[in-house]
Write a protein that binds this ligand. Structure first.
Ligand code: CA
Length: 503
């Protein structure tokens, strides 16, 4: 054994001996090198805007560091969130549960500090745990040895972070700079100076970017300046030719914000003067994409700083590095922006992971994986017991190219918030098909928005036409309705959602 490796192992042994409080963790640690876990998550960064995904804008996205994680590890092609919006997705990642169990079903949801979460289990297994950046779960983070977080959405410039030990309501401290840089600085500070080096670490680094208003650092403002980014083919299609009943959030809403709240967005201001509706939509799209991709470039440079730290401190082989985002996002597809819907652009989460000890470079995973699986993956890597309350499953075998025979063939989705343009819905997606049920609100004994959508993703991958009424699909739809009912039972989401107060 090389001396350095021996010293590393001796160090890990010492760390276990110091644990004391958890004998089982000590036993599990013996002979197995529990990896560090560096979980990097941004907000609303969709896979169409990441190079390694090879999707619509991938060729334009400056994401060489995120791409490097995939090239040196694995890329997940079918990773989905169970409710495509910030608070619920974050709560599901931490608890391994759907929102109807962890209590965070909508943006106003919260994570009870007394409730179970993965950080508490990693702590019990001997990890040093920390979260830096966007938290958004209302209550003080629990289960973390250290935190320094944006309590809510936070702001892009000179963000106010709340550090462990300071008053949760009034103890915020302003940090000069752009939030992506600041959050990375704070993460690196903790890695360098704040943690106990005798324990493995689990650090969640959550960027505020690329969330609207997509505000980049000034150093990226010349990117794409003389370029036009390609429009999605359905950007200018008539509003509802496809069997979709809901308007969603079309780009004209963003155009209005660009004009009325111009100071919230990075310059230059949208120029709508003397232009017709089609030209304004195109100009809105161009500004939206340039602002978005410039902010992405800032994320990627900071992912590079974190990766460099891991590599330069000799921790590459012993650190699981993950890059993901809390959900996907519409980048003008269907003439939409924002998320929430069960349509692909919004449903899909980017997820790349590197861990040289267990994952071969260039691994490509097509299995259906959910945000409720992340917690169990971490615990699996830590060789810590997995609590029965978690509803996901570790996908470590999939990352090693050994998908279990009984891996899920379908996923369940439930979006709880309700607006006329973006109604609440639940649904099921298999590798090929998707069935969505918009249950609508009960008004005067009726559910005016109630309807179903069905897509064959093989023949209609961009979900342009709901084929719910097509005779040729009726057998498939009947099977999917059964599967949907079965999944609702499996996950315990069987109460009529209209009878449940939103939270
Ligand atoms: Ca989000």
């Amino acid at each position: 054994m090389k001396r350095r490796r021996f010293l590393q192992m001796a160090g890990a042994g010492l760390g276990s001996a110091l644990l004391g409080s958890n004998a089982r963790a000590q036993q599990r640690g013996r002979g197995y090198r529990r990896p560090n876990i560096l979980f990097i998550m941004s907000d609303d960064h969709t896979s169409q805007a990441i190079g390694c995904y090879g999707l619509r804008l991938s060729a334009y996205a400056r994401t060489k560091n995120i791409d490097r994680i995939a090239a040196e590890g694995a890329i997940l092609r079918n990773c989905f969130c169970t409710n495509s919006i910030c608070v619920p997705s974050r709560a599901s990642i931490l608890t391994g549960q759907y929102g109807h169990l962890n209590g965070a079903k909508t943006l106003s949801g919260r994570l009870d500090p007394a409730a179970d979460n993965v950080a508490k289990h990693l702590q019990a297994a001997g990890y040093q745990t920390a979260v830096v950046g966007k938290w958004h779960l209302k209550e003080q983070p629990a289960g973390f040895d250290y935190y320094n977080v944006l309590r809510g959405q936070g702001r892009y410039n000179d963000p106010i972070l709340f550090e462990k030990g300071a008053d949760w309501r009034t103890g915020g401290k302003t940090h000069p700079g752009h939030s992506t840089d600041v959050i990375t600085d704070q993460a690196l500070n903790w890695l360098e100076e704040g943690r106990d080096p005798n324990k493995p670490f689990a650090l969640m680094c959550h960027f505020k970017a690329v969330h609207e208003p997509f505000y980049s650092h000034e150093r990226y403002r010349t990117l794409y300046a003389d370029q036009d980014l390609p429009e999605p083919e359905d950007l200018h299609w008539p509003e509802s030719p496809r069997g979709k009943r809901f308007e969603g959030w079309p780009l004209k809403i963003l155009a209005g914000r660009f004009q009325k709240n111009a100071q919230r967005y990075a310059p230059p201001k949208l120029d709508a003067e003397g232009r017709d509706a089609k030209a304004i939509r195109s100009a809105t799209y161009q500004k939206f994409m340039k602002d978005y991709l410039r902010t992405v470039a800032g994320i990627d440079d900071n992912v590079g700083r974190l990766l460099n730290w891991v590599d330069q401190t000799g921790k590459a082989r012993d650190t699981v590095v993950i890059y993901t985002a809390d959900q996907g996002y519409f980048l003008g597809e269907h003439n939409l922006f924002d998320k929430r819907f069960m349509l692909e652009e919004s449903l899909r989460m980017p997820f790349v992971i590197r861990y040289p000890r267990q994952i071969k470079p260039g691994t490509d995973v097509g299995d259906i994986i959910l945000n409720i699986d992340f917690a169990e993956l971490f615990l699996d890597f830590a060789r810590a017991p997995i609590p029965k309350s978690m509803q996901g499953r570790s996908f470590r075998p999939s990352l090693r190219g050994r998908t279990p025979n009984d891996w899920r063939d379908a996923m369940y989705y439930h979006y709880w918030s309700h607006q006329k343009e973006r109604p609440s819905h639940y649904g099921v997606r298999t590798k090929r098909y998707k069935l969505i049920y918009y249950y609508g609100l009960l008004r005067m004994g009726k559910r005016p928005e109630e309807c179903w959508e069905f897509y064959d993703l093989k023949t209609d991958p961009r979900e342009q036409t709901s084929q719910y009424d097509e005779p040729m699909h009726q057998d498939t739809i009947a099977q999917l309705r059964q599967r949907l009912a079965q999944l609702r039972t499996q996950y315990g989401d069987t109460t009529d959602p209209l009878s449940v107060a939103p939270s």
